[in-house]
Ligand binder design. Sequence first.
Ligand code: F58
Length: 797
Amino acid sequence: MEAYSLTAADMRDSILRHLAYELGTDPGHATLHDWRIALSLAVRDRLVDRWFAANRATRAAQPKRVYYLSMEFLIGRLLEDAIVNLRLEEQAGTALADLGLDFDAVIQNEPDAALGNGGLGRLAACFMESLATIGCPAFGYGIRYENGLFRQSFQDGRQIEEPEDWLSQFHAWEFERRDVAQEIRFGGEVTQKDGRAVWTGAEAVIAAAFDTPIIGWKGRWANTLRLWSAQPLHGFDLARFNRGEYAAAAEPEALARTISRVLYPDDTTGQGKELRLKQEYFFTAASLRDILRRFEAEGGALADLPKKAAIQLNDTHPAIAGPELVRLLHDERGMALDEAIATARGCLSYTNHTLMPEALERWSEDLMSQLLPRHMQLIERIDEAHAAEMPGRRVTLRENGEVKMGEIAFTMAHKVNGVSALHTDLMKETVFADLHRLHPDRIVNETNGVTPRRWLLSANPRLSRLITETIGEGWVDDLEQLDRLEASISDPGFLDAYAKAKRENKQDFAEWLAAEQGVRVDPEALFDVQIKRIHEYKRQHLNILETVALWREIKANPGAGWVPRVKIFAGKAAPGYVFAKEIIHLINDVAEVLNADPVTSPYLKVLFLPNYNVSLAERLIPAADLSEQISTAGKEASGTGNMKFALNGAPTIGTLDGANVEIRDRVGARNFFLFGMTAQEVEARRAVPDHARQAIQADPRLGGALKAISQGAFSPSDKHRYRGVVANLTGQDYFLVCSDFTAYWDAQRRAEAAFADPAVWHRGAACNTARAGWFSSDRTIRGYMTDIWGTVPLAAE
Ligand code: F58
């Protein structure tokens, strides 16, 4: 294979060629950015060869393909991924060194593609990489947001949001496909012609395709991530321009472009909601047309579509795919309605990522009828057809003037999956209980996973080297081989090397912190890390309450032999989520006071790192000692960060929630700091009147921490700043922060005691690495392939 015969000298020549002929720059004038682009293009050449080989093999075999429809693909940086998967590290490293460049600096020059909010989007990215590694022919379909998730900074401790401009620089990884474009319409009316419904949409935009190749391990296979960009049907309005109405002339273009401008606009306003629904229909409709075009080009009979296309809906965001596919088959291709519904269902499957009622999408019937009038009619027809299948036992797709997208997705899917064992069980018992009774075989579980190439091999080279030296390289695409490390866990030499890798990762992180954030931390301290979106159910406020309580305790008794600890937070709050923003502010305020306290700061520091993204996670996870997974049981569908930490040797302090349950089962109860109520106990506790007050009365540490906050200890200039937070915690406390506080406090002390004994600690950490091999997204994807998609891998030539 060409990639392997490449020498460092070839690589250097290729970089220089691209620098000259693509960028028009000579080495004497090249900036770091120029070098990064030149290297990307040199690597991309090799990647494209492998991509073509995979595409040729797919065209020849015409297999069933997987189509993963997702509003989010949180892919992060791509250069290192490509280098690692093509096994070009040495050649690229040597070539750059020859050119007088630092490999890491070049890699880090790439902006993160922040096309996702959090776990759901990152899971989609891990899945794309695993699909390519396994050789499963697949397309990812999504939106090419010009500005992905906002860039976060802090001003006086408050979150500030600014647009992320990842596309302001040349993006080396995508290819624009001018020949692939779909016209997408909204609004208008439905008429009848020759007994068929004809929808004439009033407003039209063009969905333009941009393809990014996603390469698997060792370059054996590559798939395509096709992202749609919204463009105007007609350029600007020349007549208006000539009349001097310059801004108005550009209006149609600006309006069209808003559809792919940002990830999840704030939907607290009417316009925001409309834009969001437009985005969902826009990318779903474009993708389905693309899928049908490909299928029809291969000449299959329409009824055989389910044999050729497995279409996975990542959450309800693409749930309009059900009605749209029925429309394409029935209205546009004349298939009988019942057959169209059955055919669509044969292709579609749906992944649920949350049980939180407010996060299960519902659209007003008015909005739906106005934007997608034909789909509204078809939803009624699907509802009737579903009721006819199940006489007397009706589950409606509409309620109180709203369309329920979860129910539509469920009804139109042949399989529905949860993302951890507990979540899947709860799905059956709660949100989809009625539908589950009607379709008892439809719900299946596919516990999430993460790609070991990014989250261990590239993110943690020291640990990866040690693992490979100990058990060989097979673990990289067969992660369960990590269990072969088990034999080494009792070997002091191995544990020393394991501890050394962690220590050096922590040192690197401390140096980065000092250089980038101007903060000094002791690399010997316990690095206690909570990184994820800010949400009440994830309970960052439980963590900060415990921090305040600990600070008070240290202050009262500084000589008690405290284990030095650095509490690290990172994560973004949705722009419209006021409470989450208050939590960020509170953590920053607490940090300011604690870090300046001469008595306690040698033992306790608090950091909130701005602009959490994939690259920060890659830096931080390998350096973490303790992984905070402290959600209210029953609320976190799975978690995937929890898996990354476990693999990288950071034991969990956590509740029995989501995939924590399965992690603990595998790594062993001794190597997991469990606390808190179970999902069932949570429900019972919530029914206790005054549960928060009771918990506060029972634990003076909690009472003291709350009092300090409410008296303005951390906001002296505005003593009542956290009145709302305190009122929430002492009042309704829906997420049971107070009721779990004492158990959390105790678990933290257990973690500390274990950390104070390095032999105990490193053994526990190594058990996490050795036993977390099951949490590879390769295993998850194989599960989807057999249980849901019915697809098999192919091999490129
Ligand atoms: C996450 N959902 C779950 N949603 O919270 C997490 O437990 C799970 O591991 C992960 O999916 C993957 O299954 C999630 O990330 C979002 O980001 C929402 C998307 C829609 C807007 C609100 C956030």
